[in-house]
Design a protein around this ligand. Structure first.
Ligand SMILES: CC(=O)[C@@H](O)[C@H](O)COP(=O)(O)O
Ligand SMILES: NCC(=O)COP(=O)(O)O
Length: 256
């Protein structure tokens, strides 16, 4: 399977199912089942399933990853911290993709990108171990030239640009500035031959300008889809997000 679309063609939707597990864990029940969510998301148009096995297992558990991996028809993008425990686990599971993310136990969600510059040797070692198992490695980084440069130098074939600052911006000037920063980051990644993805904090409105950036290959979106699904249903929420992304990519404004 070729993962690289020519720039400007279709755009992949990675559905992050973390918060299906959040709802399940709220009562310690077996429902809603993240495996069922993953399979239904694929049927509704998801191109991949993303899940973040956090060190504190606040939502996705090891058993979820092990149960989901053999059942997917698309591909698994496992998000994990750069720790030996997580790298060893990922090598055992062998998802198609691993996205290395920073983690601080007390954080509510991922706050910033991985500091590849600072942790270069640890990231390099992790990439070699994962790539040795045939796993494609993505680095979840800020749209920062130095981080993108380091990501290319350290041997990562993929980067995922953190769109959190763009998503949290609350005035038009700041939103425009963050969008331009992401566009510059995309161009910097493409210049270095990297596959460029993006994600974090994207929802049904703010996703459109990001999906319209032709060189972006994939968006990973979770919290907003789970939230919307509470009102419209899971499959509809996934289908709607994919449709908005494709329309944005094709330059079709909503309502046409
Ligand atoms: C890396 C990223 O931006 C998301 O996958 C984020 O890590 C989700 O973590 P939570 O689902 O715990 O907010
Ligand atoms: N890497 C981003 C991701 O997987 C989903 O982030 P969010 O949409 O839950 O903020």
């Amino acid at each position: 399977m070729s993962f690289l679309h020519p720039a400007g063609s279709v755009i992949d939707l990675g559905v992050n199912i973390d918060h299906v597990a959040t709802v399940r864990n709220a009562r310690g029940t077996v429902y809603p089942d993240p495996l069922r969510a993953a399979l239904l998301a694929e049927q509704a148009g998801a191109d991949l399933i993303t899940l973040h096995l956090r060190e504190d297992r606040r939502h996705i558990k090891d058993a979820d990853v092990l149960a989901i991996r053999p059942e997917l028809h698309t591909r698994m993008n496992l998000e994990a911290a750069v720790t030996q425990e997580m790298i060893d686990f990922a090598c055992r599971v062998r998802p198609q993709d691993v996205c290395l993310v920073p983690e601080r136990r007390e954080e509510v969600t991922t706050e910033g990108g991985l500091d590849v510059v600072r942790y270069y040797s640890q990231v390099e070692t992790a990439i070699k171990q994962l790539a040795g198992e045939g796993i494609r490695v993505s680095l979840f980084i800020d749209a920062d030239e130095a981080q993108i440069e380091a990501a290319a130098a350290v041997g990562a074939p993929v980067i995922e640009l953190h769109t959190g600052r763009y998503a949290e911006a609350d005035d038009e000037v700041e939103i425009a500035a963050e969008l331009e920063r992401i566009k510059q980051g995309v161009r910097a990644g493409v210049r270095r031959g990297l596959r460029v993805n993006a994600g974090h904090g994207l929802h049904y409105t703010n996703v459109q300008p990001i999906a319209a950036i032709p060189e972006i290959q994939e968006l990973n979106i979770g919290h907003a889809i789970v939230a919307h699904a509470l009102f419209v249903g899971w499959e509809h929420a996934v289908r709607e997000m994919k449709s908005i992304m494709v329309d944005a990519r094709l330059g079709v404004s909503l309502g046409e």
